[in-house]
Design a protein around this ligand. Structure first.
Ligand SMILES: Cc1ncc(COP(=O)(O)O)c(C=O)c1O
Length: 344
């Protein structure tokens, strides 16, 4: 089976995890500190707080921003955690459409901002591609709204030279097993905003106020640290694989577009075609994994307030993602292209 996502580790990681076990220092240790500092430097932010998942990162940030009973704008396409954490934190989600890059449409965003006066906007850098952060930050600054970047799929992506997760007021990352930096489970909160950092810290550090235990273990932190060292190199292979598909797949398919002045890291390579179910069937017959991210809009999923979602409602019936991970062999890429082109 050619898997859609395949994290791979080496003897180097195995040796370090074994050393951690034998040291007995399995949580709250030097690896967590090392990883947080390295990731903060990589992004160019003041502080990284590690947490146990991307969902936890989003939830803690939304609690810290005090979104209760206030509107929060999310794009129509994302993993469900993006909207569920808004609801769990007591906020009222408002869903806006996506543009041709599959990220939040800034024109609709401004309409929604005027109508709902939100406290927070959550752009999602879907599939590793950047949202239009110039337009989003411009609206947020004019209306005085927090921007929380959901960068769970965008480790190493950037917009005009600034890293995903370091452009808005605060960012959320996931290190789930399938992500570009895999820890198994894990998450991070990135920010340079002192007041947000203080409010987040109060929620995750037991002390003066009620808090949650969201810690990661040293095993996770070590995998994160080592994954970060390899990230640029592995992202470069993802990009090369995507370029191969762009060149060799039939132009009958709608291929992913890269926003100008941005660096796409192809967490997923997602195509569109009206007969996608037939294409997925053909791939499955040849033992090639292909999946639909996502079969729903967040508005449909949680019956949320929304603006017209013409693009997203069309895209969810056309999307399919194919393997683009950095461990694909040349023959596997060739096989995927040949199966897809001959299924059309
Ligand atoms: C866009 C997005 N946001 C949030 C999450 C949640 O992250 P986690 O699975 O680590 O809780 C994910 C992960 O799947 C994601 O893709």
């Amino acid at each position: 089976m050619i898997k859609i996502i395949e994290p791979k580790f080496t003897e180097q990681e195995a040796k370090i995890l074994s050393d951690i076990v034998l040291s007995g220092h399995i949580t709250r240790g030097p690896w967590t500190k090392k990883f947080s500092e390295a990731f903060a430097e990589f992004l160019g932010v003041k502080t990284i707080y590690t947490v146990c998942s991307g969902t936890t990162a989003l939830y803690v940030i939304l609690k810290a921003l005090n979104v209760e009973a206030k509107h929060v704008i999310v794009p129509a396409l994302s993993f469900m955690a993006t909207i569920d954490t808004v609801i769990l934190a007591g906020g009222i989600p408002v869903v806006v459409d996506v543009d041709e890059y599959y990220t939040m449409d800034p024109n609709q965003l401004e309409e929604a901002v005027k109508k709902y006066n939100p406290i927070c906007i959550i752009p999602v850098h879907l599939y590793g591609g950047m949202s239009d952060m110039d337009a989003i930050m411009d609206i947020a600054n004019r209306y005085n709204i927090y921007v929380l970047e959901d960068a769970a799929q965008a480790h190493g992506a950037s917009f005009k030279g600034k890293m995903a997760g370091a452009i808005g007021h605060v960012g959320a990352f996931s290190f789930y097993a399938s992500k570009n930096v895999p820890m198994g489970e894990g998450g991070a909160i990135s920010s340079s905003d002192e007041s947000i950092l203080k409010a987040v810290n109060a929620l995750i550090d037991f002390g003066d106020s009620p808090a949650l235990n969201v810690r990661i273990t040293e095993f996770q932190a070590a995998l994160g640290f080592l994954g970060l060292q390899k990230l640029d190199q592995l992202n470069a292979i993802r990009i090369k694989n995507a370029e191969y598909y762009n060149k060799h797949l039939s132009d009958e398919l709608i291929k992913p577009k890269q926003r100008e002045n941005s660096h796409h890291v192809y967490h997923l390579y997602t195509l569109r075609h009206k007969n996608r179910d037939h294409i997925i069937e053909s791939l499955k017959k040849e033992n090639i994994d292909a999946r639909v991210y996502y079969t729903y809009t967040l508005a449909g999923l949680r019956n949320a307030l929304h603006l017209p979602l013409d693009n997203a409602n069309r895209y969810i019936n056309e999307f399919f993602s194919i393997p683009v991970h950095p461990y694909l062999a040349k023959e596997e890429l060739e096989k995927i292209v040949s199966v897809i082109n001959s299924s059309l």
